[in-house]
Write a protein that binds this ligand. Structure first.
Ligand code: ATP
Ligand code: MG
Length: 466
């Protein structure tokens, strides 16, 4: 079939009456149209399935089938084709079905040539409008996707900015700049939500390794069995499930930065293995004897008091000296209240844009809350507070509930006043914070103490903080 002339209107005729088929074909033979035809319904199905026509004209009664049945079978193939049904009968049921399945026109025999041509003109006009509409819709959709991506990208970039002008934060940032410039292995310490991971990314973006990979590793989930295969990789056949060779995170980060998040959560035995790799700057994939040279800057983080952690045996001292050529201590938010205003501006801009809301100033009662709160969850909690205020207009802590006020003077007990669901949620929040404080922020121990898995606690914390 010749589909090359795009300017011609492509018409397909199906009629098992040879005489009618010829007649119709003759009446449509003009330079405007490119006509193809068949009297065989199987062939009609095949042709309609494999070609796209502008107009398909089908007789209602065909041998062994009907024009309607054929249309029903093929109409999803090309949604823009206009179908004209020709019939010599007045069959109400067929007309109803024709309407239902989207036949564009029913022509009753006998019809004159003029009627046929004007119907085709009208249907082609509708088709052109539909095509225009689709093109416009596609363009809008593309623009929409594009805009969404731009907003997301901008949001990601804006999210990566470290905000704050307080002397304490400036001191940390200055140190971070040197660490970035000279690729110094650095331990970042600070309470949860103070921006340790953000600072690690800041070091990467502002340093000698800005074009190389930044690979974060959550050490708390590295079990003994996962540790070596995840960090050092493995070769095919090294163990039962090693169907393909696999590069470890050290290799992935080669030339760049490996960020060991929550480093004190690595079991001591594995810390020795990690120490050796950092000292020797070489790894061997599990199952291989070949040594691979590694050049990575190690950034690590912990929310524990690091000296206590060493004393209590959570971190090997020799490993500490390797990963902490210097330490950057991120101050908690309560010690840098002068950063509140710039942080509020930052998060307001971020969330107003993200949620497409008009920028408005925060009312006094919100500022009162900001100034009088403790912000134990630090910047993460602060950011969630602003987000929830902008979204819901509520003054709540990050998890959407009122911040639990100490109801009892007895610090070891949470006293219920109303015994409702909200209080239960608050008690959960209170208990988790208490356990984290008791174990110097060590989530593994806090989880054990609370009788939940590490992942369970991480999930609860995420719900509280996000
Ligand atoms: N100075 C800052 N300016 C703007 N946003 C910040 C700042 N510090 C932290 N944030 C934001 O606060 C959130 C928490 O930061 P991050 O995850 O880096 O904290 P963290 O110290 O690693 O917390 P955790 O100990 O719980 O892992 C992130 O959304 C981050 O973008
Ligand atoms: Mg972190």
């Amino acid at each position: 079939m010749d589909n090359t002339d795009l300017t011609k209107i492509k018409i397909f005729i199906v009629d098992d009456d040879v005489f009618s088929l010829e007649n119709l074909s003759i009446s449509l033979s003009s330079s405007k149209f490119e006509v193809s035809k068949t009297g065989n319904s199987d062939e009609a199905l095949q042709i309609l399935n494999n070609n796209i026509f502008d107009i398909a004209i089908l007789d209602l009664k065909l041998q062994g089938t009907t024009g309607l049945e054929i249309i029903e079978k093929v109409k999803d193939k090309s949604k823009l084709t206009k179908y004209i049904l020709i019939t010599g009968y007045s069959e109400e049921e067929a007309f109803l079905k024709a309407n239902r399945i989207g036949v564009s026109e029913i022509l009753k025999k006998p019809y004159d040539e003029f009627k046929l041509h004007s119907t085709i003109d009208r249907l082609m006009h509708i088709k052109a409008l539909e095509e225009e509409n689709i093109a416009f819709k596609e363009k809008l959709q593309k623009e929409n996707v594009n805009l969404k991506e731009q907003i997301k990208e901008k949001f990601k970039n804006d999210q990566n900015i470290m905000i704050g002008k307080s002397a304490k934060l400036k001191e940390s940032l200055n140190k971070a700049k040197s660490v970035a410039e000279y690729s110094i292995n650095t331990l970042i310490v600070g309470e949860t939500g103070t921006g340790k991971e953000l600072l690690a990314r800041y070091i990467q973006r502002n340093g000698a390794r800005c074009d190389a990979p930044f690979v974060p590793v959550n050490c708390a989930v590295l079990t003994e069995s996962l540790f070596e295969s995840e960090l050092f990789g493995y070769v095919k056949g090294a163990f039962t499930n090693a169907i393909e060779s696999h590069a470890g995170l050290f290799e992935v980060a080669n030339g760049g930065i490996l960020f060991l998040d929550e480093i004190t959560e690595i079991p001591l035995l594995l810390q020795a293995k990690l120490l050796r790799v950092i000292e020797e700057r070489k790894i061997k994939r599990v199952g291989s004897t070949k040594e691979i040279e590694i050049d990575v800057q190690i950034l690590s983080s912990t929310n524990r008091n690091i000296h206590e952690a060493i004393k209590k045996g959570f971190l090997r001292e020799d490993l500490f000296h390797r990963i902490a050529s210097t330490i950057i201590d991120l101050p908690p938010l309560r010690e840098r209240k002068e950063d509140f205003v710039s942080l509020v501006n930052h998060f307001q801009n971020l969330y107003f844009k993200l949620f497409n809301k008009d920028i408005a100033n925060l009312p006094d009662n919100v500022w009162e809350y900001i100034n009088s709160s403790n912000w134990d969850g630090n910047i993460r909690e602060f950011s969630n507070f602003i987000r929830n205020y902008i979204l819901f207009g509520t003054i709540t802590n990050g998890n959407g509930h009122r911040k639990p006020t100490p109801i009892s003077n007895n610090e070891n007990m949470y006293l219920f006043k109303n015994k409702n669901f909200q209080e239960l949620e608050e008690a959960k929040y209170w208990l988790i914070n208490k356990a984290l404080k008791q174990f110097d922020g060590n989530k593994t121990l806090a989880a054990k103490h609370l009788g939940v898995s590490y992942q369970g606690l991480a999930y609860l914390l995420k719900n509280i903080n996000s």
